[in-house]
Design a protein around this ligand. Structure first.
Ligand code: DQA
Length: 151
């Protein structure tokens, strides 16, 4: 952690269409909005002594840029690459270049979904992954990050 910063910063990155959480296919993704998830993580972060920042983009290159920047300004990363999970070598390569803990998270259980969603290009290059717990998965991800930062 850079010495100028007092508490560790956890950066959350969400990919395409996750700005629509709450109204998008709620039977699959639930009714919690992305802003509500962020607010919950901010609160949980206070209890864990972590600062939580949120970034969302529908654009692959913007996500790659944010991942690269995370090497300088984040101590750990929570990422839901959304549809890019299954297609983006660029996001996978950007994550592979990071030396900080990274948790991949999905609201739905990818193993129970369509065949094309069952392959993640990023799982091999992250610290661990959480899938199938809806919005609560983000809380589990922050807990996991907290444990990793302490060990
Ligand atoms: C998702 C699963 C992806 O397959 C899908 O494209 C998403 C959301 C999830 O959180 O369950 O947008 O990453």
């Amino acid at each position: 952690m850079p010495s100028a910063r007092r508490i560790a910063r956890v950066c959350m990155i969400n990919g395409p269409n996750l700005n629509l959480l709450g109204s998008r296919e709620p039977e699959i993704y639930g009714r919690t909005t992305l802003d509500q998830i962020h607010q919950q993580l901010i609160q949980q972060g206070k209890e864990l002594g972590l600062e939580v920042e949120s970034f969302q983009s529908n654009h692959e290159g913007a996500i790659v840029d944010r991942i690269q920047k995370a090497a300088e300004d984040c101590d750990a990363l929570i990422i839901n690459p959304a549809a890019y999970t299954h297609t983006s070598v660029a996001i996978r390569d950007a994550l592979a270049a990071l030396a900080i803990p990274v948790v991949e998270i999905h609201l739905s259980n990818l193993a129970r979904r369509e065949a094309f969603r069952q392959r993640s290009l990023v799982t091999e290059v992250v610290s661990g992954h959480i899938s199938g717990f809806g919005a609560d998965g983000y809380r589990l991800a922050l807990e996991a990050v907290s444990l990793m930062l302490r060990s």
